[in-house]
Design a protein around this ligand. Sequence first.
Ligand code: HEM
Length: 511
Amino acid sequence: MGVFLRIVGALFATWCVRTVLYLIRVRRFPPGPPRPILLDNRGDMAFKQNWKAFHDWNKKYGSIISFYLGRKPLVVLGSLDAVTDLLEKKGNIYSSRPRFIVAGEILCRNMRGLGMPYGQRWRNWRSLMHASMSIEASAAYKPLQSAETKIMLRDILQNQDSPEKFPDFIRRYAVSVVTVVAYGRRIKTLEDHLVVKQQKIDEYYINSTVPGKFLVEIFPILTWLPKSLQWYRREPEEHYKKDVALLTELMEEVRERMKKGLAYPSTATRALEKQGAFGLDDLETAYALASPFGAGAGTTLATLDFFLLAMLIHPEAMRKAHEELDRVIGRDRLPEYDDRDSLPYVNALIKEIMRWRPIAPIAVPHSVIADDEYKGHFIPKGTTVIGSIYSITQNEEMFPDPETFRPDRYIENPKLPNSFVFGFGRRVCPGMHVAQNSLFSIVSKMLWAYEILPTKDSQGKPIIPSKDDIIPALVIKPKPFNFLLVPRHGNVAAIVTEEARKADVELAAYE
Ligand code: HEM
């Protein structure tokens, strides 16, 4: 009995010391909105657009702030210095992801790279992503990206009387590029089973990450229930089985093509040729191949949506780009990748689109795997750490008058930062080179060929969409709006038709 009491006493003393230490350190949490006694700070986010609420707190409490969602502490880093100091320089502890019981552990057994916790499995997955999308590897997709852009330009040309179809032509481009990167096969129509099914998988996954959707995320203790009583498990388990079947089927299609010598080089061929080297088993490989689709199509598309929006609101910027294209390229050929360095305004315009409306305003939240101290603040292990891309884009010192769309700022100061729009540290977007190549191909060729114009109302007045009508999500995009793409000069039809004919021949290899 004496021994038992001593053990209980020792445990109690340890608990007391730890609690006191915690309470002392918690006082050194980064500042932030006061936490209601029983609740969290959800109600303090005055805006549906959470990135704006975070930015307001950054302005009020400083560039490092903290707040609570449920019992979980969150920290928002609102300056380039803070994200560099923590997410980049201390990447060994700041590179995990917040825990998602349903979306991560049940729905995909943590095999989706984007949400995967930091560790060996993530390193294996990431080395495959790097091997197939590094700056060197991504150069191999440029001919395809250029050819797909030309097909898109022809689709637009041939459907001048149905501008409502234009968004689908652009979408087909974005989807086709990521499936070539992943599986080495292009997408000719959005009805392709790969597109339809992967989109469903992604929708369910995204919906499963909505805060507050599953009680178990707020009370993880519910995972201690016997499995048969875990009611929240049933639906995602069903989805897991279906996802495994589809993703395995897509991977096996590539294996078959490889056996016949018909497979075009892609992430899949790299993974399957050297599966041992990457340390991924069959199922992990099948999931890894879904990453470019899940993370690369919607992001590219959202950026292109903001490009079209910016051109409608700022025709003066479009005119400057037209002038540069006419001067450097002329009207007898389309711009190609070799022209990139000769088109500083087009490059600046692309950077400004990504700064003006960053499509991932809070990036993808990181999580810290050890207690840390920063500038006198205590950041406990398990805290979700958000690198606020939006707050960085609003820094008046770096970007004076930040709400103004002004590509020239990147010409006046070519060292002005921009790559932060792709996230931070070890989790930085592995598809950034593929994305930048897509953006250059589409923006330069589309502006060479077309004028981007608003539609008109019944009185003939142009309908200019609002720059602030945004659909909030982890990846944001403008609310749908109408636009026209009108050939700029007499050579467009002939050149686009001829270039697209050649593109058809080149692309046959990917079908
Ligand atoms: C303009 C287009 C794009 C933007 C702005 C963008 C931005 C981002 C951002 C902000 C992150 C989170 C980084 C972090 O956690 O700090 C991310 C992650 C990721 N992106 Fe992109 N992305 C784009 C296009 C693409 C493309 C085309 C692909 C693939 C073909 C891709 C694949 C990924 C993957 C796999 C991750 C997860 C990385 C990880 O968790 O380790 N992205 N991206």
